[in-house]
Design a protein around this ligand. Structure first.
Ligand code: CS2
Length: 466
C-alpha cells in the first residue's frame, strides 16, 4: 500500500492528521522543502492546524522537482518516524498543501506571496543559500546574484526570489509580512535582512523603504537532527508498514526558538511549543558553538578515521573524549549561554543525541559546505580565545582536520563545498579564502599547520589524543 489521502483511513496504529485537510488555507510559504523542514517546522504547523486551519504550508523548491514529484504522488502526506534506540513512533504529517518549483511556477508563487493570508515566508536554504559574505553582507559576486541582477524578474537565488515576492506584495498592497530564516547562521534574521535589503536597495530604493517598514526578520534557533533519507530506509519502511517515498526519520528531540518580533497576523507559535523570546542570540550561539561545532569536529575527524556515521565516530573512545573536552575545556569557558540552560547537561545531551544509532547521520553530510559552516561554528570561538591570548589546541585540530579533508582528493569527493577543489595545501598562512582574517594571525596558523602536517605525516590518531 502507498501513502495517500485515500489510504489514510486504512492505516491503523498510526497517528494521522487530526483536522480537515480539505479546508486548510495556506498561511505560510516555505522555501527549501528538504528533510529538515519536513521533520521540524512542518511538524509544529501540523500541531497548529489542529486548532486553526489558517496555517497550511505551501513549499517552494528552488531547483529540482524531485521533492515536488514525491510529495504530489502521495497528496503531500508523509511520515515522520521518531527513533530513539529501539523505540520508534510514527506520525503522518499533513501540513504541507503543495510544493511548487520556482522555474515552473513563478507566477503562481508571486500570486500566493501577495495574499494577505500569507503572513510568513520561512526558509531553510542552507548556509549557501543566503549568498552572503562572512561579514553578513550580500555577496555581489555570487553567481546567482549576478544572474538575478541581470534578470530580476526571473530570480534563481533566495534573496532574488524574496525581493521579487516583496516587490509584488508592495504593488498589490498585500500588507506586512515576516521573513523567517530557519538556517544555522548566527544572527540569521540579521543576515536575511541584509541580503534582502541590499539587493532591494540596488533594484529600487522605494522597495527598500517599504521593506524597512513592512517586513520583520526575526532571528531563530532551530534544532532537530534530521538525516537525509536513503532508498534503503524507504524499502525497509515499506516492508514493515506502507510505501512512503517522502519518509523522514528523526530523533525525539526538537526545539525552535523565535525572536519575539513577528508582525501582522502571525501564527500563534507559542501554543505549539515554540519559545518566543526577545533574546534568541544566546540560544543560537549555544547551539552553533556547542552542538554544530562538535558535529563538524566529529565529521572531519571521523572522516579522517574512516567513519561513515557520526554515531560511529562517537563510539571511538578517543574521539568521544576529544569531543567531550572540546566542549568542556575550550568552548564552555568562553561562551555565554542562556541563563535557563544547565550547560553541563546541555553538553551531555549533545553527545547522547549524536550517539543515537537509530538516527544515523553521515559524517559526509555534516562535512558538506564547511567553508560556510566553520565561520559560524568554530571561528568565533577561536577568535574569543585569541582575544585572551590563548591558542585553543583542539579547535585548531578541528580546523586542521577540515583542511586535511578538503586537501584529500578521495575524502573531498564525498561531500560538496563551493570552495572545492582547492589547490594542494601546505600552509594555511595568508589563506583568507579559507580562514577569513584568522589566516593573518601567525600564532594561530602555525598551530593549525603543525596539526595539518602531523595528520599528513603521522595520521589522524596522533592529533586526536595528543
Ligand atoms: C548538522 C546540522 O549537517 C550539519 O551540518 O550539523 O544539520 C544539525 O544536524 C542540525 O543543526 C541539528 O539541529
Amino acid at each position: 500500500m502507498s501513502l495517500s489521502e485515500r489510504s489514510l483511513t486504512e492505516l491503523q496504529d498510526i497517528s494521522t492528521p487530526n483536522y480537515d485537510r480539505k479546508n486548510i488555507r495556506p498561511g505560510v510559504l516555505h522555501i527549501g522543502v528538504g528533510n529538515f523542514h519536513r521533520g521540524h517546522q512542518a511538524v509544529y504547523f501540523d500541531d497548529l492546524l489542529e486548532t486553526d486551519l489558517r496555517w497550511g504550508i505551501v513549499g517552494i523548491s528552488m531547483r529540482s522537482g524531485g521533492t515536488r514529484d514525491r510529495m504530489a504522488s502521495q497528496d503531500h502526506l508523509y511520515t515522520v518516524c521518531e527513533k530513539n534506540g529501539n523505540k520508534s513512533s510514527y506520525r503522518i504529517i499533513g501540513s504541507i498543501l503543495d510544493v511548487l518549483v520556482l522555474a515552473e511556477s513563478r507566477q503562481e508563487i508571486l500570486k500566493l506571496g501577495v495574499s494577505s493570508d500569507i503572513s510568513c515566508i520561512t526558509l531553510t536554504v542552507t548556509e549557501n543559500g543566503y549568498c552572503h559574505t562572512n561579514s553578513g553582507d550580500l555577496n555581489w559576486q555570487h553567481p546567482e546574484i549576478t544572474h538575478d541582477l541581470e534578470h530580476p524578474d526571473s530570480p534563481i537565488s533566495a534573496p532574488g526570489l524574496l525581493v521579487a515576492l516583496l516587490d509584488a506584495r508592495k504593488r498589490a498592497d498585500g500588507g506586512p509580512i515576516n521573513l523567517i530564516s530557519c538556517d544555522n547562521l548566527s544572527g540569521n534574521g540579521r543576515v536575511l535582512r541584509s541580503v534582502v535589503s541590499q539587493l532591494a536597495e540596488h533594484l529600487s530604493p522605494d522597495l527598500a523603504q517599504w521593506i524597512d517598514k513592512n517586513v520583520a526578520f526575526p532571528s531563530t534557533m532551530v534544532d532537530r537532527i534530521v538525516p537525509a533519507t536513503t532508498d534503503d530506509d524507504i524499502e525497509d519502511f515499506s516492508e514493515q508498514h506502507f510505501r512512503d517515498s517522502a519518509l523522514i526519520t528523526t530523533e525525539e528531540f526538537t526545539q525552535w526558538v523565535v525572536e519575539d518580533s513577528l508582525i501582522g497576523n502571525a501564527p500563534p507559535l507559542s501554543g505549539v511549543g515554540v519559545l518566543l523570546t526577545p533574546d534568541v542570540a544566546a540560544f543560537e550561539t549555544m547551539k552553533l558553538r556547542f552542538l554544530n561545532a562538535t558535529h563538524s569536529a566529529l565529521a572531519y575527524l571521523g572522516l579522517l578515521c574512516g567513519y561513515e556515521f557520526i554515531h560511529e565516530a562517537l563510539d571511538d573512545p578517543s574521539l568521544k573524549s576529544f569531543a567531550t573536552a572540546l566542549m568542556s575545556a575550550e568552548i564552555a569557558p568562553i561562551t555565554a549561554t542562556p541563563d535557563e540552560v544547565d550547560i553541563n547537561q546541555y553538553q551531555q545531551s549533545v553527545l547522547t543525541r549524536f550517539s543515537n544509532a537509530a538516527v544515523p547521520y553521515k559524517t559526509a553530510q555534516v562535512a558538506t559546505n564547511g567553508s560556510l559552516k566553520l565561520p559560524q561554528r568554530i571561528f568565533p570561538t577561536i577568535e574569543r580565545h585569541l582575544q585572551t591570548g590563548e591558542i585553543p589546541r583542539r579547535l585548531c585540530v578541528v580546523v586542521a582536520g577540515w583542511l586535511a579533508c578538503i586537501d584529500d582528493v578521495n575524502l573531498a569527493q564525498q561531500f560538496s563545498d563551493p570552495i572545492l577543489p582547492v589547490p594542494p595545501l601546505n600552509t594555511c598562512e595568508g589563506r583568507t579564502d579559507l580562514l577569513g582574517h584568522l589566516a593573518n594571525n601567525e600564532r594561530l596558523t602555525r598551530e593549525v599547520d603543525r596539526h595539518l602536517q602531523a595528520i599528513k605525516r603521522d595520521g589522524i590518531a596522533s592529533v586526536i589524543s595528543g
